[in-house]
Every structure is written in C-alpha cells, then in structure tokens.
Write a protein that binds this ligand. Structure first.
Ligand SMILES: N[C@@H](CCC(=O)N[C@@H](CS)C(=O)NCC(=O)O)C(=O)O
Length: 169
C-alpha cells in the first residue's frame, strides 16, 4: 500500500494553505503537529524535513516539498481531474499564476510585519515567562518594554501607530 502524504503543520499558520489543498482535493494524508511555541521547528529531526525550520512541509513517498503556495500548486497539478486550475498557456492561467505568487510575494510580508509588531511581542513575553525561546533567541529587555507599551495601548484603545513606527525602525 502506498505511503500516505505527511503534512507538517501548526494551525493557525500558513500550513492551513497546504491543509486546504489536501482537503479540497480529497487526498488522504497523515499529519504531524510541529509545536512552534515549543520550538519543535528547530529540532534536527524537523530541520531534516524543512531546513529553514518553518511550517508547512509535505513529505510524500516520492518527494518532500516546502513553501505553502508551492505545495498547493503541486497538489493541484497532481489532480487535474479536480479542475482546480485553468489550462496551461491560457489567459486564465496567467491570472492564476499572478495571484498565487502575489499571495506569498506581496501579501505575506506586510501581514507578517503587522503580526511581528503587534501579536508576536506578546508571544515573546509569554515565552519569556515560560523560558521557551522563540525563533532561536531569548527575548530581551526591549521586547518586554515594548509588550508593556502595547498592552497599555490596547487597554486604552490608543493609537498604535507611534509604537509600530518605533518598532519598524
Ligand atoms: N513562505 C513560507 C513561510 C513559512 C513560515 O514562515 N511559516 C511560519 C508560520 S506561518 C513558521 O513556521 N514560523 C516558525 C518560526 O518562525 O519559528 C510558506 O509560505 O510556507
């Protein structure tokens, strides 16, 4: 019996894109939770699957692939009977490539910048309390000072723009 594809995921993250494709196409798969707050993405075992230590990754009997959008496109190509992509060489295919690349090249970076300047500092503080390391580094005084400012600003429904501008610089 052929091996089931294995999805390495941690919801809710970009691994949902790969999961969506698997579910939409109706592919039977098994999944592994890669505990990001616990730092499991940095383990040697997971780095052997994805050298950058991020999710998602998909391991099949024939290949291992990472990059959420690439996984979606590959799965769609493997199942032409599902008609999820326009034919190669058509104007509709141009549109399909355009928005698929736009999602990761243009849309992800500002979303991540927003996340890094709002929600991630809170995670950093939580992990500082529990001693867990995020992205391979320990949080410093700067993070905790920023978190305190953010919590205050959220409570007072303050304008976050000045804090964000400070952080981005
Ligand atoms: N361009 C990659 C981005 C992957 C990525 O950054 N994943 C995040 C979750 S959305 C992650 O695993 N972060 C863990 C970390 O930074 O330690 C993709 O779309 O697959």
């Amino acid at each position: 019996m052929p091996r089931l594809p294995e999805l390495y995921e941690w919801p809710p993250t970009r691994s949902q894109r790969a999961k969506w494709a698997l579910e939409e196409i109706g592919i039977e798969y098994s999944n592994h939770m890669v505990n990001l707050p616990g730092g499991q993405q940095n383990s040697d075992a997971y780095r052997a699957i994805h050298p950058l230590g991020v999710v998602p990754a998909l391991k099949t009997g024939d290949y291992t692939i990472f990059e959420s959008v690439a996984i979606v496109l590959q799965l769609i190509d493997e199942h032409p009977e599902k008609n999820l992509a326009p034919a190669v060489g058509t104007p509709e295919r141009a549109n399909y490539y355009q928005w698929s690349v736009f999602a990761c090249a243009e849309l992800d970076p500002p979303i991540m910048m927003f996340f890094d300047n709002t929600m991630r500092p809170l995670e950093v503080m939580r992990t500082a309390e529990s001693g867990i390391v995020v992205r391979g580094r320990k949080s410093g005084g700067f993070d905790q000072c920023l978190v305190a400012q953010l919590i205050g600003a959220f409570k007072q429904q303050d304008d976050l723009a000045h804090i964000m501008a400070f952080r981005v610089i």
